[in-house]
Design a binder for this molecule. Structure first.
Ligand code: ATP
Ligand code: MG
Length: 445
C-alpha cells in the first residue's frame, strides 16, 4: 500500500537485522495513505538510543534529541528521524513531557500521539498498524484526538493549534468532542512558546483550506492573537464591503499565494479598522487612518511571536501600504518602484489584489491591478533607471562640476527624480546639462 523510499526501507532493515522492531510512523504514513507526498519520514523502533547509535556507528547522525529517544540519521536522500518507542510522562508545564519512558511495543508508542490519522505505523512486511482506527478517520476526513481529548490538550496545548493547522492543510473536519475539548482548553495556549505558536499559525495561514479553518476556529485564533478579536463581527457598513472585517480578511488571505509573509499581511491588513471606525450621517462606515493602526497591531504581534527582523519589515510595509496607490501612471509607478524595489512592489500587487477580491464587490479594482502589473513588466523591460546606482553620472561627475559636500547628494537626488518623472533621459550628457542648468539657476537667485 505504501512505497517506502529506499533510505527509509534501508534503515528499517538495518535495525530489524539487528533484532529491533521498527516502523515508519506518523505524518509520512498519513500522507502516503491519502495519496500525498510526505515531506519527511519518521521511524519508530524498539532500539534504545545507545542501541541505535551502535547500529548506525560510523554514519552521519545528529544526537541532539537523543535524551528524548530521537536519533537523526543524515542520509544522501535527506534526514530520517528515528525514535525509540516511548510514552510521554505528564506535562506539568503544559509544554514539555516531564520525562519520557521507553515502552516495548509500537501500540504503546502510538498512544502518545495527538490525532488518530497521525497515530498509524507502517511496515513493508507487516503492513499497517492502526489501533485507533486512523484509516477510517482518514477516509472520512476527520481529525480525532487519540483517547480522551481533554487529557490530550491538557498535556500539550500546542495540539489545539496543530488541529487548526491540520484542518487548514488537509481540509478535515475536527470531530465534535475533540473540537469541544479544544475550546474548553484554549486558555492553556498561554504557556506555549511564541515560536511554536508562530509556526502553527503560519502553517494554518498557508493551508489550502485556510478560509474554512479561520472562519470555523476564529475563536481559537484570536485566543492567541487577542488584538484581532474586535475584527470578528465588526460590520463595515460600507457599499464597498460585503463582509465584516474578519470575514473580509479571511477571504483576502485565501486570495494571495501561500507564502507566509503575504498571508500574514492579509490577515493583519485591516486589523486596525475596528479602532478607527466612524459612521457618517448617512450611516456609512469609514475607517480613516486604519493602515497605520493595523501596522501598530502587526508590529506588536510580530515582536511577540518573534518574527525575524526581515520578516517583520516585509510584513509591516505590506500592512501599512496596502491602501496606497501603486502607480496609476508610469511616473508614479517608477517612483514607487524606486522607493520599494520590484520584490515589494510585486508583494503589494498581490496584497492589493487579495484585498480587492476579498471585498467581494469591485471587479474593476482587480482589472486595474492587472493593468498595473502589465505596466510594471513594460517599465522593467525598458530597463528604466530606478536608483542612484543606475544613474549615468556619479558623485565624481558632480564634484567635477564644482559641487561639494551635501550638495553632491542633493543634486544626484534631483537628477534621479527628474529621470523617474520622465523629464530627463538617463544619459551622461543630458544629466550633466540638467545639473549645470540647475546650478546656474541657484547661482542667479
Ligand atoms: P507535518 O509533518 O505534516 O506537520 P506530522 O503529523 O508529521 O505533520 P510532526 O510534527 O512531523 O507532525 O510529528 C510527527 C508525528 O509525531 C505526528 O504525526 C504525531 O504522531 C506525533 N506528534 C508530533 N507532535 C506532537 C504533539 N505535540 N503531541 C502528540 N503527538 C505529536
Ligand atoms: Mg512530519
Amino acid at each position: 500500500m505504501i512505497d517506502l523510499p529506499a533510505h527509509a526501507a534501508r534503515a528499517i532493515a538495518r535495525l530489524e537485522d539487528a533484532g529491533y522492531e521498527t516502523w515508519a510512523v506518523g505524518g509520512c504514513v498519513r500522507d502516503c495513505l491519502r495519496g500525498a507526498q510526505p515531506h519527511d519520514w519518521d521511524l519508530c523502533t524498539a532500539a534504545k538510543p545507545e542501541q541505535m547509535q551502535a547500529v548506525f556507528a560510523g554514519e552521519r547522525v545528529l544526537e541532539a534529541g537523543l535524551k528524548h529517544g530521537t536519533l537523526t540519521l543524515l542520509t544522501a536522500d535527506g534526514p530520517l528521524e528515528i525514535t525509540t518507542f516511548r510514552a510521554d510522562g505528564s506535562y506539568s508545564d503544559g509544554r514539555h513531557p516531564d520525562g519520557v519512558r521507553f515502552v516495548p511495543d509500537v501500540t504503546a508508542d502510538l498512544a502518545r500521539r495527538d490525532f488518530t490519522v497521525g497515530a498509524m505505523a507502517w511496515h513493508p512486511d507487516r503492513g499497517l498498524c492502526d489501533p485507533y482506527r486512523g484509516l477510517d478517520d482518514l477516509q472520512d476526513g476527520v481529525l480525532r484526538a487519540v483517547g480522551d481529548p481533554d487529557a490530550r490538550f491538557t498535556e500539550d496545548a500546542l495540539r489545539i493549534l496543530r488541529a487548526v493547522r491540520f484542518a487548514s492543510q488537509l481540509g478535515f473536519a475536527v470531530e465534535e468532542e475533540t473540537a469541544a475539548a479544544m475550546r474548553r482548553q484554549v486558555s492553556r495556549l498561554d504557556c506555549i512558546a511564541a515560536e511554536r505558536v508562530r509556526e502553527e499559525l503560519t502553517g494554518t495561514l498557508c493551508g489550502r483550506f485556510v478560509q474554512r479553518a479561520l472562519m470555523q476556529y476564529a475563536d481559537i485564533v484570536v485566543a492567541v492573537l487577542p488584538e484581532l478579536a474586535p475584527m470578528v463581527g465588526c460590520q463595515q457598513q460600507n457599499p464597498h464591503h460585503r463582509f465584516d472585517v474578519w470575514e473580509h480578511s479571511v477571504r483576502a488571505v485565501g486570495q494571495v499565494p501561500a507564502e507566509g509573509a503575504l498571508r500574514w499581511a492579509m490577515l493583519l491588513h485591516d486589523s486596525g479598522k475596528p479602532a478607527c471606525k466612524t459612521v457618517d450621517e448617512q450611516g456609512v462606515g469609514h475607517f480613516y487612518g486604519h493602515p497605520k493602526v493595523s501596522r501598530e497591531i502587526a508590529e506588536q504581534i510580530a515582536r511577540r511571536l518573534r518574527f525575524s527582523n526581515e520578516q517583520t519589515d516585509r510584513l509591516l510595509l505590506l500592512v501599512e501600504q496596502h491602501d496606497r496607490p501603486l502607480g496609476d501612471n508610469d511616473k508614479l509607478l517608477r517612483r514607487r518602484l524606486a522607493q520599494i524595489g520590484e520584490a515589494r512592489f510585486r508583494d503589494l500587487l498581490a496584497v492589493k489584489k487579495g484585498d480587492a477580491v476579498g471585498q467581494g464587490t469591485h471587479p474593476d479594482n482587480v482589472a486595474q491591478l492587472c493593468e498595473t502589473e502589465r505596466r510594471l513588466a513594460a517599465v522593467l523591460a525598458q530597463d528604466a533607471c530606478l536608483s542612484l546606482r543606475q544613474l549615468a553620472v556619479n558623485g565624481n561627475d558632480m564634484q567635477a562640476l564644482g559641487l561639494s559636500g551635501p550638495a553632491v547628494g542633493d543634486m544626484l537626488d534631483a537628477l534621479l527624480d527628474a529621470v523617474l518623472d520622465g523629464e530627463l533621459d538617463n544619459t551622461h550628457e543630458a544629466l550633466l546639462a540638467y545639473a549645470r542648468a540647475r546650478m546656474e539657476e541657484t547661482h542667479d537667485q
